[in-house]
Design a protein around this ligand. Structure first.
Ligand code: NMX
Ligand code: MLT
Length: 388
């Protein structure tokens, strides 16, 4: 691409559209095509779902899949970084239990940044990634009032196993839970450069704020119902619908639309067919929980909602997105409270956003980094005037 190549003629019609389709930069970790969805460093996402989250972290940071030796080394590296440098349980105990888990997650990330920031983009990003499983586990424990006798963080385990062992739930099929969470993490880590949480994180980092500040801001962006929190809203829908009868599901969808509420788990700013991340999660559900009541409901929703949404020509993509199925799978393996679901999205995104921040700050523009974000805004309803 030469510097002179015209990428887009920006018209008045582009203003106040949330930068839809407006080129702003390049991304080395992933790209999204409208019909094939996300690719990590060139690999279509559905070819990566059997890799471990650690291997995908390696891919996003190094742009190559690890060989067996590198795969061992990234695990060892993350293990060395895992210790949280302060008493996070004590901080969690001071937070309001009625506060949303995404707000807790953002506070936790910010707090850890206050305890220790190295100032090196990659070090900080990797340290935070290594600490996320414990942050997630401790958050669950304190919110659930199970903040005593928490098992020590066994850093010889995988990231997902560290979370599950911190959680330490009875009567849970740990293997199944680990499989669902590992797949979840791999699917949700990255989605191009322009999704709101990633864009927000990179914008904050462009001021040379810390990785921790940038990531806390990114989590706040992710917490909105039109972005990451759609997964919570989607399972809340499913629990409310309570039946997989297509007639009832259609009645529910039409009722929501009549009330001018979005149908969560459907639609996308870029994708124009079903999100392959949704397709992969449906396939996993068919394998592990085909008769789960919630799974049966989302199976019906997947049939019914696109047909109903397609009746409105304004809706550019009536198909299922990433958030349709994750809640049903997490619920099935024992994570039954939907208010936590976006925190798993956040956990995954820390890895992709971390890698993108490192690229923007240390690689782009011959290592100088992308300058401070500063897009242009036009004045509206502001004629020049003076105080009399
Ligand atoms: N339910 C109801 N209305 C919808 C939906 C939907 N699922 N999808 C799009 N629309 C509406 C949209 O609100 C807009 O209406 P208006 O012109 O009155 O503002 C119109 O259709 C055109 O929207 P699009 O150009 O198709 O999509 P846009 O890029 O504006 O929005 C989303 C993308 C994802 C915000 C939108 O599809 C949506 O609100 N979906 C439901 C929420 C959701 O599942 N979000 C998760 C997305 C993935 N993620 O995790 O971030
Ligand atoms: C994401 O994974 O971030 C969502 O699909 C939203 C997006 O790409 O804009």
């Amino acid at each position: 691409m030469s510097d002179e190549e015209v990428l887009l003629e920006v018209t008045n019609g582009h203003l106040n559209t949330g930068l839809r389709g407006v080129p702003v930069g390049t991304c080395r970790t992933s790209f999204v095509t409208p019909t094939e969805g996300v690719h990590y460093c060139g690999y279509p996402i559905n070819e990566l779902t059997n890799f471990s989250p650690e291997d995908i972290v390696y891919l996003l940071f190094n742009k190559e899949l690890p060989n067996p030796q590198q795969s061992v080394e990234i695990r060892e590296d993350l293990a060395k970084r895992a210790k949280i440098p302060g008493d996070l349980v004590a901080v969690f105990r001071t937070l309001p239990k009625y506060g949303h888990p995404m707000d807790w997650l953002s506070v936790a990330i910010h707090t850890i940044g206050m305890w220790e920031t190295t100032g090196d983009w990659k070090e900080d990003a990797m340290n935070l990634i290594a600490r996320m499983p414990r942050i997630m586990g401790l958050m669950h424990r304190v919110r659930e009032g199970r903040d005593e006798d928490i098992p020590a963080d066994d850093t010889s385990l995988s990231m997902v196993q560290r979370f599950v062992s911190t959680l330490d739930l009875d009567e849970i099929d740990n293997d199944k839970m680990e499989r669902v969470i590992a797949t979840y993490l791999v699917l949700h880590m990255d989605h191009g450069g322009g999704n709101l949480s990633t864009f927000t994180g990179k914008a904050i980092a462009s001021s040379k704020a810390t990785v921790y500040s940038a990531m806390a801001g990114a989590m706040n962006a992710l917490s909105g119902p039109l972005h990451g929190r759609a997964n919570q809203s989607c399972l809340e829908f499913v629990l409310k619908i309570g039946t997989s009868d297509p007639v009832e599901v259609e009645r529910f969808v039409r009722g929501e639309l009549a009330e001018k509420r979005p149908i969560f788990g459907f639609g996308h700013a870029v994708l124009r067919s079903e999100d392959p991340r949704a397709t992969t999660q449906f396939a996993l559900g068919e394998e592990i929980c085909p008769n789960d009541e919630n799974f049966k409901i989302i199976r019906t929703l997947r049939e019914v909602a696109p047909r109903v949404l397609a009746e409105n020509p304004k809706i550019r993509n009536p198909n299922a997105n990433v958030d349709i199925a994750s809640g049903a799978l997490l619920h099935h393996v024992g994570l039954e409270d939907p208010t936590y679901y976006t925190t798993f999205f956040g956990w995954a995104r820390v890895m992709g956003i971390g890698a993108q921040i490192v690229d923007e700050r240390t690689v782009f523009r011959n290592g100088k980094g992308t300058p401070l974000y500063r897009p242009k805004y036009y004045a509206e309803q502001q004629t020049l005037r003076h105080v009399e």
